[in-house]
Design a protein around this ligand. Structure first.
Ligand code: SDX
Length: 362
């Protein structure tokens, strides 16, 4: 079986967008500590920072938020595509299909305006599709709510509380970019051929879907639902590890200490759900999982990753489980598109080597 080294520890590009320090458990966006931004800034401000390199002044912020708001109303051809997909087509496949059909106004090089337009469309694509496949009447976007509040409004049909809006906003800021993760790398490879922004984002969405990457939060929730009680955590997790299965929400290719995003999200969840027995189960399960991972996988430095407490945030703000990964994508589309812009400015085709291990003609 030919091996794949997974490009572990290979530096494929320089970037000014985010620094992921796996040894110290630190995440920096364009010179700012990500957890600090999550506590103090709006999602649109951090999006502006990623796309332009600067936090916006009030007039720049108003302009960006106007562009995001204008994009909320989907073009009829995107609605027609979503309506044409059978209900059994999962959300990430539907989102990927819809984004693939968005024609950038400028094919090459990509523009911040097109990135903003696609980022503005994605929450409506997800909310519209979710309503259709669950037999509900789609809730049209409101133009007077922020990007994040409007997403919750379209999903639940009522304006969200400030606490829920801030909790989801913090999650979306903490997941907006993360170096050359698998989906970002996929998007950069597509962009390196001078394809177009929608194509690059389609490649990124395809990679994001997998359970080893963005597909983990809903599986974390499934795991906690199956565990169900404190006393069941240890036997359940031990049985999984005995079967050689992975515990969703733990381990990371880069972080060899606690993921700073998991820490920040856990603090937010404690604020929101302290009295909730579910939080106690999640916290207890985390403790048991970390202990058992050390027992079964000594020295692998497996810690809680962002997805474990992301699942808790998304549950708390009542995001339906089937759209956890799509919600992650609503945030990461900013990072993906910022990387596409960075790649386009560099214009270097990404094309690594492989070692042939097959037979040779006699
Ligand atoms: C994200 O890259 C990013 O930045 C991603 C992300 C982002 O923001 O974009 O941070 C988001 O994707 C977070 C990760 C979400 N995925 C999961 O939670 C799924 C569970 N985690 C694993 O599958 C795993 O930890 C990965 C895929 C995340 C990382 O795997 P690596 O770096 O390729 O490590 P590996 O598969 O080589 O594992 C090393 C060892 C193996 O054991 P041995 O073969 O040495 O005996 O550790 C074991 C693995 O079996 N291991 C686990 C485990 N993760 C690794 N064992 C049990 N449970 C786990 N979760």
């Amino acid at each position: 079986m030919p091996s794949v080294n997974g490009l572990a520890d290979i530096v494929a590009a320089e970037t000014e967008l985010s620094m992921v320090d796996g040894q110290r458990g630190r995440l920096v966006y364009r010179g700012y500590e990500a957890p600090a931004l999550a506590k103090t800034r709006r999602f649109s401000e951090v999006a502006h920072l990623l796309w332009t390199g600067r936090l916006p002044d009030p007039s720049e912020l108003r302009e960006l938020e106007t562009q995001l708001t204008e994009a909320r109303t989907l073009p009829p051809e995107i609605v027609a595509i979503l309506d044409a997909l059978p209900p059994e087509v999962d959300m990430m496949s539907a989102l990927r299909t819809a984004v693939s059909a968005i024609r950038p106004r400028q094919i090459w090089p990509p523009t911040i305006e097109d990135a903003t337009r696609i980022a503005g469309m994605m929450p409506t694509i997800v909310a519209y599709r979710h309503a259709k496949v669950t037999g509900q009447t789609p809730v049209p976007p409101r133009l007077d709510l922020s990007h994040v509040a409007n997403y919750l409004y379209m999903l639940n049909g009522r304006a969200p509380s400030e606490a829920h809006t801030r909790a989801l906003e913090a999650y979306l800021i903490l997941t907006i970019d993360h170096g050359l993760n698998a989906s970002t790398f996929a998007g950069r490879v597509a962009a390196s051929t001078q394809s177009d922004l929608s194509a690059a984002l389609t490649a990124a969405l395809a990679a994001m879907k997998g359970p080893l990457h963005g597909g983990a939060p809903s599986l974390v929730m499934d795991m906690l639902d199956e565990i169900g009680s404190r006393e069941n955590a240890a036997p359940f997790l031990r049985a999984k590890l005995e079967r050689g299965e992975r515990l969703m929400g733990f381990g990371h290719r880069v972080y060899k200490t606690r993921d700073p995003r998991a820490e920040a999200l856990r603090d937010i969840v404690i604020e929101l759900t302290q009295a909730d027995p579910w939080f106690d189960l999640a916290a207890h399960t985390e403790t048991i999982a970390l202990r058992l991972l050390e027992e079964y996988k000594p020295g692998r430095e497996l810690y809680t990753n962002v997805e474990y407490w992301a699942a808790a945030i998304l549950r708390t703000v009542e995001i339906p489980k089937p759209i956890y990964t799509a919600t992650f994508s609503i945030s990461r589309v900013v990072g993906w598109s910022a990387h596409v812009l960075e790649q386009a400015a560099n214009n270097r085709l990404i094309r690594p080597q492989s070692t042939y291990v097959g037979p040779l003609p006699a």
